[in-house]
Design a protein around this ligand. Structure first.
Ligand code: HSE
Length: 293
């Protein structure tokens, strides 16, 4: 049995506009979670990523019927911005679950590990692409996560504006309406279905219409007043579509060209509105979490 396991997990961008809690895209931006038996090392000194990884690891050991009282330590390393709507919590939970399972002799399959990670998250939109890669549609069905991969068009980039602004998902979810009008529900259901069809069939011309949302972005803009001005700047610079990534504060612009120009335009619009940040130009990845050592 190994004493330490490291798992590489991609960042993810959830919602993609109207697909609240059900759409998520893996990005070519990676973090590594290492879980090890403490055996002599002082346990309990983890940061928030380490604590989330350990909580997932304990659930896996319980589900595998192993003694979870044995002490573990967990570390995170990587370049994924934390608490910025890029799925860092899913990296910790998927990484912790997968690493603990390897430590315990791989008793659970990836679907069972995904259910554990998604239950801890409260939604599966980040956890599924973190585990399996690609663009994923996920729904929670009692204890299981039902999910399917959507084919992606070639040549798509994700241009990210990562503001310094911290937008805790728990807090920003409280701003969302408890109910939607029928017109708004129809709007979001139709557009998230259109987005999946547009991606699968390479209809890039539909991406702008298909990423429009009437559920979460506007209420969240109360915490991030510059949001829609940055969307406009990205589109004027050539973005095909722009949306708030997960619960924010990252804004993701999808593009096949002009990536540098779009990044600069978003940064300029953000700075003009006292929202400093940085940009990352990356692309979707079809690869999910993998055990690396
Ligand atoms: N779907 C979730 C939300 C994603 O929007 O709150 C959080 O990363």
């Amino acid at each position: 049995m190994p004493k330490s396991v490291a798992v590489r997990v991609p960042a993810t961008s959830a919602n993609l506009g109207p697909g609240f809690d059900c759409l998520g895209l893996a990005l070519d931006l990676w973090g590594t979670i290492t879980v090890a038996f403490a055996d002599g090392r002082p346990a309990g000194g983890e940061d928030s990523m380490g604590r989330m990884a350990l909580a997932a690891a304990r659930k896996v050991l319980e589900a595998a019927g192993l003694d979870s009282k044995r002490q573990f330590v967990a570390d995170y390393e990587g370049s994924i911005p934390i608490a910025r709507g890029l799925g860092a919590s899913a990296v910790a939970r998927v990484g912790g679950a997968l690493a603990a399972n390897e430590l315990a002799g791989a008793r659970l399959d990836r679907e069972a590990l995904l259910s554990i990670a998604a239950a801890l998250e409260g939604h599966a939109d980040n956890a599924t692409p973190a585990m399996f890669g690609g663009l994923q549609v996920s729904v929670m069905d009692r204890d299981a996560v039902l999910h399917a991969r959507v084919p992606l068009p070639a040549g798509l980039s994700a241009v990210l504006l990562v503001p310094d602004l911290y937008m805790p998902t728990k807090e920003s979810r409280k701003l969302l309406p408890a109910t939607l009008s029928r017109a708004d529900a129809v709007h979001n259901a139709g557009r998230s279905a259109l987005l999946v069809a547009a991606m699968a069939s390479g209809r890039l011309d539909l991406l702008d219409a298909a990423t429009q949302d009437r559920l979460h972005q506007k209420p969240r803009s109360k915490l991030f007043p510059a949001m829609f001005a940055i969307f406009d700047a990205a589109k004027q610079a050539g973005a095909l579509a722009v949306y708030l990534s997960g619960g924010g504060s990252t804004i993701c612009a999808l593009a096949t060209e002009n990536q540098g120009r779009i990044a600069e335009a978003m940064l300029r619009a953000a700075r003009q509105r006292e929202t400093p940040g940085r940009t990352i130009i990356t692309r979707p990845t079809e690869k999910g979490a993998e055990v690396i050592g």
